[in-house]
Design a protein around this ligand. Structure first.
Ligand SMILES: Nc1nc2c(ncn2[C@@H]2O[C@H](COP(=O)(O)OP(=O)(O)OP(=O)(O)O)[C@@H](O)[C@H]2O)c(=O)[nH]1
Ligand SMILES: O=C([O-])CC(=O)C(=O)O
Ligand SMILES: [Mn+2]
Length: 589
């Protein structure tokens, strides 16, 4: 079915004229559409069918080695005023960016098919859903969007009825003029992922990789949605949502913001190791949160699929993910086994014989066989453990986490909402392969939103504080967590994964007033006697290894946070400056 609304038709005509595709296809959720996209991609060599006996309905995509992660240096917030993008975003004037990118888009789809994808982030018909139309010349993107977003006739009809949608333009930037197509067309030199917050538009060019190209996800549901959320009084966050049932049969919903490749999907798929606990997934990457009539913060997962990190996933660490990707999954940049299945580092101890690496070469044992940011794309319907709640759950606790080899304890509790916002605003984490650049460097990543906030992050801190203007008691409690402390041997001290339920169990005890805590400069830590470690293989001094804070390092951290805060200048809320002063005093006390 085609659009009839003049606004939509006009927009499509304008872009068709500029990009000059050879043909266009309206993407729907039919099985025939999926098959057609798959056939196109198989023929081009972008994806290969895996062995149907081992991995039914599944495919392996291999990207251009230059197009494997989000490109933060090319991700740009084009607000009218530079101050509205803030010190942490790349900024370009919208008119300048439009002019430059229009030149790139000119004729960029020649010889190609333009896929028109009307999609919804959030449940169709819900007042909280945001509709978009992505136009793309990538069948891989179209196929992935079918999994990650809600695509059905109701969305198309709703957009056609009122002409309200987020326009999302994408091209791989590889027109077929005087050349043949390649398996993974892209254009790394000219890649840009531009956002126009005032007009709520997304323009992406040159990359086919997930966060750069599946525009409903990070671009719409975080960068554009964060701006809408600021204006409308809600929160668009880089958070998992977990449903937890305690041995007492009480249900709690926990949200958690961890930077890319720092454990959201794994915590969302937690298999508790402690008796009587049950966990189910509500969402694994993005949460939209609003105050309900009861004053509580209610969260939805606007996505319909998982775009998860493959390396490190195994039957031992994440059996739910392994079951989820057992079929009907698109893998990207994993290694291929001799019998036509996928493999990645951490799936088994040793790589199997006869492996082909992610770039299609026989694996020699040098370097990783799968790219460290290899991914799986799969519908939430494939999960054996998805919670039925789709239209909002009340959050009891918010976790902020990251990778810190030292200093940050396994868990601390914020003293108040304001203190929790302080802890979120000073979060730092070691960088990962999910974005371009060096891995393992500590950088400030407030609220795990550094690459995803669509406006000035100082104002974003203020927006978080404003949530407590009414009825602060009804808001969730805030916790800092760190699964990644390392011991003298360089290994992780905490076993993590399913054992993280022990941390959640202490958090629930705190919420229910059953556990005490001890004050530290970063909040309340457990009393050793309240923290269950029975059955774990930890050394005598486990409590110190997991919870102690080195004074020298804390003092150094104060200076780093001062520098971090200074960047926001007059956009830093006064309450946070006061929190910082209190923090500094407590460090020196
Ligand atoms: N040691 C340890 N590693 C973990 C834990 N949880 C996750 N990881 C590893 O961290 C990596 C990333 O985990 P994910 O759960 O995919 O991270 P994510 O936050 O969902 O990442 P994005 O999807 O990029 O946003 C994987 O290699 C995991 O195996 C944990 O509790 N302990
Ligand atoms: O957005 C992406 O490309 C992958 C992802 O989930 C992240 O990096 O956080
Ligand atoms: Mn994830």
């Amino acid at each position: 079915m085609r659009f009839t609304n003049p606004k939509v038709v006009g927009w499509l005509e304008e872009w068709t004229a500029l990009m000059q595709p050879e043909r266009s296809v309206m993407v729907d959720a039919s099985a025939a559409m999926r098959e057609q996209l798959i056939a196109t991609l198989v023929e081009l060599g972008t994806i290969k069918a895996l062995n149907p006996q081992l991995r039914p309905g599944s495919y392996l995509a291999s990207s251009d080695p230059r197009d494997v992660a989000r490109l933060e240096s090319r991700t740009i917030i084009c607000s009218e005023r530079e101050a509205d993008a803030g010190p942490t975003n790349n900024w370009r004037a919208p008119s300048e960016m439009r002019e430059m990118m229009r030149k790139l888009y000119e004729g960029c789809m020649r010889g190609r098919t333009m896929y028109i994808i009307p999609f919804s982030m959030g449940e169709v018909g819900s007042p909280f859903a945001i509709y978009g139309i992505e136009i793309t010349d990538s069948a891989y993107v179209a196929l992935s969007m079918l999994t990650m977003a809600t695509i059905d006739d109701r969305v198309r009809a709703a957009i056609d009825a009122d002409g309200v949608f987020v326009p999302a333009v994408h091209s791989v930037g590889y027109p077929l003029v005087g050349r043949e197509d390649v398996a993974w067309p892209c254009n790394p030199e000219d890649t840009y992922i531009a956002h126009f917050p005032e007009t709520r538009e997304i323009w992406s060019y040159g990359s086919g990789y997930g966060g750069n190209a599946l525009l409903g996800k990070k671009c719409l549901a975080l960068r554009i949605a964060s701006v809408a959320a600021r204006d409308e009084g809600w929160l668009a966050e880089h958070m998992l949502i977990l449903k937890l049932t305690s041995p007492r049969n009480e249900v709690y919903y926990v949200a958690g913001a961890f930077p890319s490749a720092c454990g959201k999907t794994n915590l969302a798929m937690l298999v508790p190791t402690r008796p009587g606990w049950r966990a189910e997934t509500v969402g694994d990457d993005i949460a939209w949160l609003r105050r309900g009539p009861d004053g509580r913060l209610w969260a939805v997962n606007p996505e319909m699929g998982f775009f998860g990190v493959a390396p490190g996933t195994s039957v031992k660490t994440n059996p739910v993910a392994m079951e989820t990707v057992a079929r009907n999954t698109i893998f990207t940049n994993c290694a291929l086994t001799a019998d036509g299945d996928v493999w990645w580092e951490g799936m088994t101890k040793e790589p199997p014989e006869g492996l082909t690496d992610w770039q299609g070469r026989p694996y020699t044992g040098e370097g990783p066989a799968a790219h460290p940011n290899a991914r799986f794309t799969v519908s939430i319907e494939e999960s054996p453990n998805i919670a039925p709640e789709r239209d909002g759950v009340p959050i009891s606790a918010i976790l902020f986490g990251g990778r810190r080899s030292t200093l940050v304890p396994l868990v601390t509790e914020a003293r108040s909402w304001e203190h929790g916002v302080f802890l979120g605003s000073i979060m730092a984490s070691e960088t990962t392969a999910a974005a371009e650049g060096a891995v393992g460097r500590v950088r400030r990543d407030p609220f795990a939103m550094l690459p995803f906030c669509g406006y000035n992050m100082g104002d974003y801190f203020g927006h978080w504080l404003s949530m407590a203007e009414t009825d602060p008691q009804a808001l969730p409690r805030i916790y800092l967590v760190n699964w990644f402390r390392r011991g003298a041997d360089g290994g992780f001290v905490w076993p993590g994964y399913g054992e993280n339920v022990r941390v959640l169990s202490w958090i629930i005890d705190r919420l229910e007033g059953r556990a005490a805590g001890s004050e530290t400069p970063l909040g309340l830590i457990p009393k050793p006697e309240d923290f269950e470690v029975e059955g774990l293989d930890l050394s005598e001094n486990w409590f110190d290894l997991l919870f102690s804070m080195d004074k020298e390092e804390l003092i150094a951290e104060v200076d780093l946070i001062r520098e971090h805060y200074a960047r926001f200048a007059e956009h830093l809320p006064k309450q946070l400056a006061a929190q910082f002063n209190e923090f500094e005093e407590s460090v020196h006390r």
